[in-house]
Ligand binder design. Structure first.
Ligand code: SER
Length: 316
């Protein structure tokens, strides 16, 4: 029988880079097809199957799905919160039409399972900020948040009406050393490490007391593959699951970094991303994900910071 393949679309991004590596290790190099529109790293392009793909090109997507006998898709191509505010219409188009292209492949029976990431950005200024529950007021006021909330509704719709097996997590800000984030509001929490190690100082684009939910990448990758491996009947929420790791402010993160780099200094110069951060939750209640498919984060602020600094230093 032909190999059934897992297709990662948007494999060059912050999550895709690490997800492809883990999927190749877990299921075998020949089982994973990676794609991106342009910017995948050497490791993603050269260590296994790779094809260029614009997620808006539904015909080519279909061709690749048939050619490689794809049965599962992880759709990671998206414009994040800060970029989407600058490119309103193209962000909406990319984030929505890309999702429809993949959901329709599942509706038409070509693929069996879809993973699509949502975000804490689905919440807005009227949402309770502390320990934000799975079900609550959702009035996002960013382009990215509106597209993610609409995407969640479409995922649930395709599941209910067409039986599509789609699974999703509302990612908090993701922190990792293997790949850079791009265009997000939580990106500071990655940049700060590189600047601390390189220059001993960092200028934060968020104010010192801006608490946001965050997660270390090994937890995020484990959750992503975990929700895809969970039995279908345990996935009761077909919009998207809240998922929590840790919650901290730039000031708290800087203090934790100082434990490893005592001379580190931080200054604050909030820009337009501050308003985005202020509209999002400070912490997340993920008890529904814990109950339904056994999710639990491993890393807290101090274990994440220690691991980040050790690994960035080794890489330098
Ligand atoms: N990390 C994302 C952003 O900042 C949130 O999903 O846009």
């Amino acid at each position: 029988m032909a190999t059934e393949r897992i297709f990662v679309i948007g494999a060059g991004g912050q999550i895709g880079t690490e997800l492809v590596e883990k999927l190749r290790q877990t299921y075998g190099v020949d089982t994973v097809l990676a794609s991106d529109i342009k910017r995948a790293s050497q490791s993603v392009k050269e260590n296994g199957l790779y094809e260029d793909l614009d997620v808006l090109d539904g015909e080519r997507m279909l061709e690749l799905v048939k050619k490689y006998n794809v049965k599962q898709v992880y759709l990671l191509a998206a414009l994040l919160s800060a970029t989407a505010e600058q490119k309103v219409k193209s962000a909406w188009k990319l984030n929505m039409d890309g999702l429809f292209n993949v959901l329709d492949l599942a509706k038409d029976g070509l693929i069996d399972k879809v993973y699509w990431p949502s975000s804490i950005a689905v919440f807005g200024p009227t949402t309770p900020r502390q320990n934000t529950p799975q079900q609550t007021v959702m009035e996002p006021n960013t382009v990215y948040g509106i597209s993610k909330l609409a995407g969640e509704r479409w995922c649930e719709y395709y599941h209910q009406k067409f039986g599509v097996d789609v699974r999703s997590i509302r990612y908090p800000g993701l922190i990792g050393y293997k790949s850079d984030p791009g265009g997000g509001t939580t990106d500071y929490a990655v940049h700060i490490f590189h600047q601390a190690i390189l220059n001993g100082t960092y200028e934060s684009f968020l104010a010192e007391s801006t608490y946001l939910p965050m997660m270390y990448m090994p937890d995020a990758i484990r959750a992503t593959i975990g929700i895809m491996e969970a039995p279908s009947d345990s996935i009761k929420v077909r919009s998207s699951y809240n998922m929590a790791g840790m919650s901290f402010s730039p000031k708290e993160l800087a203090l934790e970094i100082k434990k490893h780099i005592p001379d580190f200094t931080i200054s604050y110069k909030p820009d337009s991303r501050q308003a985005i951060a202020d509209s999002w939750p400070a912490s997340i209640d993920d008890s529904v994900a814990q109950k339904d498919w056994g999710w639990k984060a491993d890393y807290d602020l101090s274990s994440m910071v220690k691991d980040m600094i050790e690994n960035i230093r080794v890489g330098d």
